[in-house]
Design a protein around this ligand. Structure first.
Ligand code: GLN
Length: 456
């Protein structure tokens, strides 16, 4: 822990962490030491990790990257935080993120942008950009992230690390500052699928405090890692695996360098025994308008709690109560968050609800059904995570639409509630990392991690 704290300080220029408290970290490390000395052995005991600042923590401030919550202290720990602490992981601090997890570049943070460790001119992706940069620069062993429309997978891809968004409901959302509740899901970010498997085993499971968490027995996600798939052998460990390639993920918008790296990875999978099959997810492009209706709608409702009374920033001067709300929210929320609240309130308003929100919900159902049709022909899906490698800081900041379009390959997985992961698969333009996306059917995380591990 001491070594990692020193590395974090030396890498200040990345802006990956927003709060570090060495005394608290070292106290947790001492507690882990005592458990080790007492003979306890567990995969994460004493392992230094970091939490995205969207998870509330008693010991560190919890800001969600917003001025609204600057300095906020939670009276309790998120379930994910409590579970990792119980597993013996040592918290190094909280990582930077796009404000309220809204963004794809980590430029929407009140605490400033994060830089990509591979190239400081590049964005790290978002919204879990701080966690991704921290793992990529070895400023922690693993980090937590959240993915509402790609925020684990896309920054993992852009920084060359491994990240998995589990099936919706696999991991408790209790204590995760809410963005879009029907989409938000927590998951691990680490250097390998094996490391992700250990973290996921620690955080998954039903939680009485989150009614959408799913009641399934605890699973050891690392149990299959070094085995061939059922029916295969060590020489061809993935024999029998059918990998579906959604046609729409390899179309016009995909840049040539990313395509080449992904195709290279697919040829490795073929040599491991897998067969590649063509499939179609015809509504892929519609996932962008559907997501950017549903997510803002839910955000506008979730963020109503930040009124300057119960939570968060309160304007120094105001007239009546309404004026206090208005000023506090205008000062506390950044531009992207305000944009989402406006869009969300609009699509939910009387007269527009049917045309936008209800219509989006219908297409969301069709998107989920399309995945089930594809899974009738294959076991997992593969494709790119992001249509391009990391872009430069500032490049898309004034053009929210082009930022939204970069989410085209991740959004539909979130809308369907499916598990998806990003596995590093080489480098594209400017020697910037490329991620391969693996999409599984519901609750197929153990096999997805096994398939990723075979490649690594
Ligand atoms: N980039 C998407 C957005 O801005 C996804 C963010 C996320 O998954 N939290 O909403």
């Amino acid at each position: 822990a001491r070594q990692y704290l020193a590395r974090i300080e030396a890498a200040n220029a990345l802006n990956a962490y927003v709060s570090v408290d060495a005394a608290r970290t070292l106290a947790q490390a001492a507690a882990a030491d005592a458990r080790l000395a007492a003979g306890e052995r567990a995969p994460l005991l004493g392992v230094p990790i970091a939490h995205k600042d969207v998870f509330v923590t008693r010991e560190w401030p919890s800001t969600a990257g917003s001025k609204m919550l600057a300095g906020y202290r939670s009276p309790f720990d998120a379930t994910v935080v409590a579970k990792l602490a119980a597993a013996g992981a040592v918290c190094l601090g909280k990582t930077n993120m796009d404000e309220f997890a809204m963004g794809s570049s980590n430029e929407n943070s009140y605490f400033g942008p994060v830089r990509n460790p591979w190239d400081h001119a590049a964005v790290p992706g978002g919204s879990s950009g701080g966690s991704a940069a921290a793992v990529a620069a070895n400023l922690c062993v693993a980090a937590t992230g959240t993915d509402t429309g790609g925020s684990i997978r896309q920054p993992a891809a852009l920084t060359g690390i491994t990240g998995i968004k589990p099936t919706y409901g696999r991991v408790s959302r209790y204590g995760m500052i809410a963005f879009a509740s029907s989409l938000d899901q927590a998951g691990p970010m680490a250097r390998s699928a094996a490391d992700c498997a250990h973290v996921l085993s620690a955080i998954a499971g039903v939680d009485p405090r989150d009614s959408t968490s799913i009641d399934r027995d605890g699973e050891d996600f690392a149990r299959h890692l070094d085995q061939p798939l059922a029916g295969a052998d060590a020489a061809r460990p993935l024999a029998g695996l059918r990998i579906g390639l959604p046609r729409e993920y390899f179309g016009d918008g995909l840049s040539a360098d990313v395509r080449a790296a992904v195709e290279q990875a697919l040829s490795v999978y073929r040599s491991l025994g897998a067969t590649l099959v063509d499939v179609s997810l015809p509504k892929t492009e519609l996932s962008i308008p559907v997501y950017y209706v549903i997510a803002p709608a839910e955000a506008s409702s979730n963020l109503s709690r930040f009124d300057g009374v119960r939570f968060g920033h309160r304007a120094a001067e105001y007239g009546d109560l309404l004026d206090m709300y208005k000023k506090s929210r205008a000062e506390g929320f950044g531009a992207e968050v305000q944009r989402r609240i406006l869009v969300g309130a609009y699509v939910l308003s009387h007269g527009y609800y049917d045309a936008y929100y209800l219509q989006a919900q219908r297409i969301r159902r069709i998107i989920a059904d399309d995945f089930q049709k594809a899974f009738a022909e294959c076991d997992v899906l593969m494709g790119p995570v992001s249509p391009t490698v990391a872009w430069n800081l500032g490049e898309k900041q004034d053009d929210p639409l082009s930022m939204y379009l970069a989410d085209v390959y991740t959004l539909s997985v979130s809308l369907a509630g499916l598990p998806g992961m990003s596995v590093p698969c080489g480098f594209g333009a400017g020697d910037r990392p490329v991620g391969l996306q693996i999409i599984g059917n519901y609750f197929d995380e153990a096999r997805m991690l096994q398939i990723a591990h075979a490649f690594q």
